[in-house]
Design a protein around this ligand. Structure first.
Ligand code: DPX
Length: 558
């Protein structure tokens, strides 16, 4: 049998550990999909549309480390680019693969279907460069191995998405076989001089501090530095706080854990801890308008160390040439013990009192019951909206995971992303919290959970509108058409699936529905939780006010 470009790509994807890839068919990628199907180490998983396909791959990368999505030219790829932008913002190595025009049509002057109707077919590559760390167009078999390897290696190294387009007549063309995968996975050798200097500068900051605090940020996971972060916390012994997007990245039962730092909406005591500390070690943070609560909570200055995935800034100097993992490991060998900030404080998880079982369901009662379901095997996917704040106030058992998309913030992300996440970690339990407004963007991907029998439990919060937007800036555009969300399951089952849909209006009904959901092992469950529109977290209201006033700053006139 001829060894082909498509087989090479499949082998490389399987070699980096992918057991699945996500796809939507189209005539520019059909031959490529056939080639990928020949690889029996990987299963092809189908999505309803390319936006969802991109987000499914994004979710798979969260669970599994990397992912691939295969789409058709332009009509498919341009839809997928939004999700790929999300993967870029969230530091996830997703390989977007697009079928593309026949190599003979490039430069021929031919007008092709699914294109802009011009005769230059380079535009998709140009567009995708902005949302990927490497992008290649393959129009001949001889250069395919080098281009495929470059794209995959760069994505894995930079933890960012990358792009390949393969001319539809080249995916079945003959090609060389790949060598060992180690060439794709090799890490760069660290610059020892720079690393030692960074560690010395960090030690100097800690030596002169009495109340050091650690602040863990979201990129600690994509930098593969979670256990190193914990080891450093053990060594220094100081209080450890987390940023919102890093919820779940530091164990909440750790003796030094002191909760969420999010400016005015921090856990009790956490704001004071960070803002009064004489040394703040920020581990892989993302400081944006949301995470700084409208630029009001941004640790800066002489006593702040920022350890980014590939760079450390401390004491007015910046160091690079090593990874975050290498820095944390080296620092944990030399850092002094500074336990004061942990010794003098404690962490008390938020406790929500149970509501009367027959009282109208509230946001608090819903959150309390969902929190009660979490185990070390749970992955909780919290959509943009009040679901963020509900996730933030939950107490997590060790190894429970929380997924949010706080940098990109595309509503509707959670449904396809949880589908991909569940596909990539079938040994875990997946719970989604999603608002009605968000759900309406990507609802059809629940049908794929039915198709692949994934027991994802979806808490659909029906508060009749875009409540987070109402908190930030109200207007008629924040009110949406109501749907029969639970009823959708009949549509998706179509007489052959095991999806379950229920609507609840009281705490007792919710408790009953959760029991049924947990017994439904062969498909997803939607529990539509009907709550009042005005019933949202106080955190959302406070945070919303701050972000709104940052957005409303007048243009600067010089
Ligand atoms: C918008 C947002 O119902 O949740 O808890 O009621 O807010 P809450 P819902 O899902 O509403 C979400 C809504 C409209 N954001 O409040 S956060 C603007 C927006 C976005 N992404 C995309 N379009 C618009 N974030 C793709």
């Amino acid at each position: 049998m001829t060894y082909t470009v498509g087989m090479y790509l499949a082998d490389r994807l399987a070699q980096i550990g992918l057991k699945h890839h996500f796809a939507v068919a189209g005539d520019y990628n059909l031959v490529l999909l056939d080639q990928l199907l020949l690889n029996k180490d990987m299963q092809q998983i189908y999505c309803c549309n390319e936006l969802n396909c991109g987000f499914s791959a994004e979710g798979y990368a969260r669970a599994h480390g990397a992912a691939a999505a295969v789409v058709t030219f332009s009509v498919g790829a341009i839809s997928a680019m939004n999700a790929i932008g999300g993967a870029y913002a969230e530091n996830l190595p997703v390989i977007l693969i697009s079928g593309s025009p026949n190599s003979n049509d490039y430069g021929s002057g031919h007008v092709l279907h699914h294109t802009l109707g011009n005769t230059d077919y380079g535009y998709q590559l140009e567009m995708v460069r902005h949302v990927t760390c490497a992008a290649e167009s393959i129009t001949d078999a001889a250069s395919a191995p080098a281009k495929i390897d470059h794209v995959i290696r760069t994505a894995l190294r930079e933890r960012k998405p990358a792009y390949l387009e393969i001319a539809c007549n080249v995916s079945s063309a003959e090609c060389a076989r790949p060598g060992p995968v180690t060439s794709l996975l090799a890490e760069l050798t660290p610059d020892a001089t720079s690393l030692n200097a960074a560690v010395d500068a960090a030690v100097a900051l800690l030596e002169k501090s009495e109340r050091a605090v650690m602040l863990v940020g979201t990129k600690a996971r994509s930098a593969h530095a979670l256990s190193e972060t914990e080891a450093l916390a053990d060594r220094i012994g100081c209080a450890v706080t987390i940023m919102a997007a890093a919820k779940g990245l530091f164990p909440e039962d750790h003796a030094s854990f002191r909760g969420l730092y999010w400016g005015e909406v921090s856990a009790p005591g956490a704001q004071e801890l960070v803002e009064k500390a004489d040394a703040v070690l920020c581990i892989a943070p993302v400081f944006n308008d949301y995470s700084t609560v409208g630029w009001t909570a941004w640790p800066k200055g002489e006593n702040v160390l920022v350890a980014d995935p590939n760079r450390v800034t401390v004491g007015g100097q910046t160091f690079e040439g090593f990874t975050l993992r290498e820095f944390l490991t080296a620092l944990a060998k030399k850092a002094p013990h500074r336990p004061a900030s942990a010794r003098d404080t404690q962490y008390t998880p938020t406790k929500i009192a149970p509501a009367a079982p027959d009282a109208r369901l509230t946001n608090d009662e819903m959150t309390r019951q969902i929190n009660g379901m979490l185990t070390s095997k749970t992955t909780l996917v919290a959509e943009t909206g009040d679901s963020w704040f509900n996730a933030m106030r939950m107490h997590l058992p060790r190894h429970a995971r929380v997924e949010t998309e706080m940098q990109w913030g595309h509503i509707g992300w959670s449904v396809p992303s949880s589908f991909g996440n569940a596909m990539g970690s079938q040994e875990r339990e997946h719970i989604v919290m999603v608002g009605d407004g968000s759900f309406q963007l990507t609802a059809q991907e629940v049908a794929q959970m039915v198709r692949y029998e994934l027991p994802v439990i979806i808490f659909l919060v029906n508060n009749r509108g875009y409540v987070i937007e109402i908190a930030i800036h109200d207007g008629p555009y924040n009110y949406i058409k109501n749907w029969d969300y639970a009823g959708l399951m009949n549509v998706f089952n179509a007489g052959e699936g095991h999806g379950l849909g229920m609507t609840v209006t009281t705490g007792a009904e919710l408790a009953e529905a959760i029991k049924k959901a947990q017994a439904n092992h062969r498909g997803p469950t939607i529990i539509e939780c009907q709550i009042e529109r005005t019933d949202c977290t106080d955190m959302l209201v406070q945070w919303g006010k701050r972000v709104a006033s940052a957005n409303a700053r007048k243009p600067h006139v010089s």
